[in-house]
Design a protein around this ligand. Sequence first.
Ligand code: GLY
Length: 377
Amino acid sequence: MSNKNEVTVPVNTPSRAYDVHVGRGILDSIGKITRASAGGSRACVITETNVRPLYGARVESSLAAAGYEVSTLTFPAGEQNKRLSTLEGLLEGLAEAALTRDDVVIALGGGVTGDMAGLAAAMYLRGIQVVQAPTSLLAMVDSSVGGKVAVDLAHGKNLCGFFWQPSAVVADVECLHTISPELYTDSIGEVVKHAVLADPQMLADLTDHPMNGAGYPDELVTRIVAKNIQIKRDVVNADEKERGLRQTLNLGHTIGHGIEAASDFALGHGSCVAAGLCCMARAACAKGWCKPGTRDAIVAAMAAQGLPTDTALAHDVIFDYMTHDKKRHGDSMNIVVPDEIGRVSVRKVTLAELRELVDLGCGCAAGNEPIPEGEAR
Ligand code: GLY
């Protein structure tokens, strides 16, 4: 911890070592942090239409004060714009701004911006440096750390991308003051997921003191964000390219992605992870893979945040989308199962077994009764 308001989490992956800076008001230090971590003479801020008016000028002046020649590229906000066509415009913009291999991209925004600006940096001149400046809780605790960058294809989310680690991450928790309560609550799904993965005490604390309730000063949010980053850091340090351990970060995501796609993306990602994790916990409990206390602790923690703990969507539709997931290997899929709070395991299941898990876990929060196949809810 370098001062009362800032925590620094070092990340050390095989391809790059970098620091994640978390704290209140640290966006004003982004120039200094970029200078120290990435160097270069030009910095191009990539941001979107909602975030630029809020934080663009602050970031630009901090970079200018650190000696950078600064340009900014802005794309229309929204996941629907995380596409190759937008990326092409950004790459042309980097060329127009004459960035060289020594220069740096600043990804200023939520998960969509981090993914797309990170991919632009990974591709431009076969790769230049990027500093991630996440402004949403989801981006702070998850997507800005670990180097996954991507755009969506018509066939699914994040199907086109790379692993491209940033040179630094600057997470200013004051930015969370300007995101909507709905988006903030949605993001807590990933925070609870990290607690289930690795931190029983954090899960208990979140259940007793929901993060979307009162009493969360910036200092406490800083500590929680930093703790989440440490949990993710420990995983990506050990397995940068998701060959093994990193799969555990997909806890809640297999059924969650099915729910997200089946809702036509009307439900937020974190809410779908919350529902997907609760459904998987119920199914795992029904199979005897975890104890009822584990299932109940997960459901209670999600419910306490005001997050969904189940889905009323049709099993056929959820399952159909699940089988198009990029985690599928032929006729089997690796799923992540909570063994107990703080310990999960990866299990390889056939598609028939996966379908059974959907029936055991989804649409049955009250009695955990299997639902007849094909019945729409
Ligand atoms: N969000 C999961 C990962 O970064 O691996």
